[in-house]
Design a protein around this ligand. Structure first.
Ligand code: EPU
Length: 420
């Protein structure tokens, strides 16, 4: 297994180009199963998760090629069975269910299971499918879903923690080929849902309202091939903005979308990190001393759960108390005990982390537990004095394209080494 070896204390300076969004690319790749014509998807980040989705498409019978950030898929003839060995590696693979139901009226998919950040149920996906007439049964760890004909319907997809991103994507994809009109109430408003809707509309779907809590899908008979460029990754962009602030540097982001980052930019500015627009670029720089801030993660356009861990690493450096409340995933504080190894003083109280910031950080070996927790440890390592070894960075490689190379270009002393 590989690790990052970081020698901290170097302010980041320079320019970084933001890659395509993983969480937009995954459902968009799944959506190519909706047509028997070829599709071309550009700006796909080269990550283990996207490579993995390409393998799933291939295992379902599609031809798929991933070259220089472009994935070409031709799902001329496909089958509706996805094996456990493939699906268990990535929860995002659940979003093949909608396209398979639309195209084949059946799907047999291994249940993805939970993960370190929480239980991750799929009851809302199943509720949405049921409204469209799908019968599902869970047997031997597989979801067996069948439908004679998908029929449009009105449904409410809000759950305990608000809307569901992949659930909205799944139902939206299934409904594109349903008979009649589907209305999703309490739909997820994330930019990744909008990007998927734009791709589906380019394929001939009739979707309106994506980006708002009510999405209307008028079913069509057939979808055709289309080309699409994936939106830039707002979580990767946020991670680099925070890294710039944490190291007291100045970083220019190429290709990031400020309109997707409003909650993050607002909290950064409160914490003493300014983010300014310069043409199409965003420039992050520290304005004096860091200040503590309180944060609550919420569905879009609130502060994203996927940036909570990285922001904690910044607030550990601010003198005073910050309260971070996690409202989306119940166990998304795995980074706390690892940050403590670097000298951070954080207490967990129910869904909140009380960060007593301002203690000096010093390098130590730490263990990455999930994708965003890994990014948080890298940021803390960049800000800490001395050497930090972040172990198990395969988590990080699932969602960040060449993070080490990008950081090195900004002046960071970071190396990829074999774990000892
Ligand atoms: N939920 C249910 N029932 C469901 C589905 C979700 O109760 O059927 C709950 C979840 O347990 C959670 C909340 O609803 O409390 C939101 O979960 P959501 O379904 O929105 O999450 P997701 O669609 O499975 C995507 C991203 C995650 C990101 C979340 C929230 C992808 C591939 N994954 O997951 O990304 O944290 O939305 O924004 O798009 C990451 O990239 O690191 C990551 C974990």
């Amino acid at each position: 297994m590989e690790s990052f070896l970081i020698k901290g204390g170097v302010p980041l300076h320079g320019e970084v180009t933001i890659s395509g969004a993983k969480n937009a690319a995954l459902p968009i790749l799944a959506a190519t199963l909706l047509t028997d014509e070829p599709c071309v998807i550009r700006r796909v980040p080269d990550l283990s998760d996207t490579r993995f989705m390409v393998q799933i498409l291939q295992s379902l019978g599609a031809t798929a090629k991933f070259e220089n950030g472009t994935v070409t898929v031709h799902a001329k003839k496909i089958r509706g069975y996805a094996d456990y060995e493939l699906v268990r590696k990535m929860r995002g693979s659940i979003c093949i269910a909608g396209p398979l139901l639309a195209r084949l009226q059946k799907a047999r998919i291994s249940l993805p299971g939970g993960c370190i950040i929480g239980a991750r149920p799929i009851n809302l996906h199943l509720k949405g499918f049921a409204s469209l007439g799908v019968k599902t049964k869970i047997e031997g760890g597989y979801i067996d879903a069948t439908v004679k004909k998908l029929i449009g319907n009105t449904m409410f997809l809000g759950g305990r923690a608000g809307p569901t991103v992949l659930g909205t994507a799944n139902v939206m994809m299934a409904a594109t080929l349903a008979d009649g009109v589907t209305v999703i109430e309490s739909a997820a408003c994330e930019p990744e849902v909008v990007d998927l809707a734009n791709f589906l509309n380019a394929m001939g779907a009739q979707i309106s309202g994506a980006g708002s809590p009510t999405i209307t899908i008028t079913g069509v008979k057939k979808l055709h091939g289309a080309e699409h460029e994936v939106i830039p990754d707002r979580i990767e962009a946020a991670t680099f903005l925070i890294a710039a602030g944490a190291t007291n540097g100045e970083v220019t982001l190429r290709g990031a979308r400020a309109d997707h980052l409003r909650a993050v930019i607002d909290k950064l500015s409160e914490a003493g990190v300014s983010v300014e627009r310069s043409g199409a670029d965003l420039i992050a720089r520290r304005k004096g001393k860091l200040k503590p801030v309180d944060i609550t993660t919420l569905p879009y356009s609130g502060f994203p759960t996927d940036v909570q861990a990285q922001m904690m690493s910044l607030l550990v450096l601010a003198n005073g108390i910050s309260i971070i409340t996690e409202r989306i995933f119940e166990s998304r504080f795995m980074h706390v005990s690892e940050l403590a190894r670097l000298g951070a003083d954080i207490e967990i109280e129910g869904p909140s982390a009380i960060v007593k910031g301002g203690k000096p950080l010093s390098g130590a070996p730490v263990m990455a537990s999930d994708l965003r927790a890994s990014a948080a440890l890298v940021i803390a390592g960049l800000a800490a004095k001395g050497a930090t070894q972040v172990n198990r960075i395969y988590h990080l490689d699932r969602g960040y394209e060449q993070m080490d190379a990008k950081l090195r270009k900004l002046g960071a002393r970071i190396q990829r080494v074999e774990e000892k």
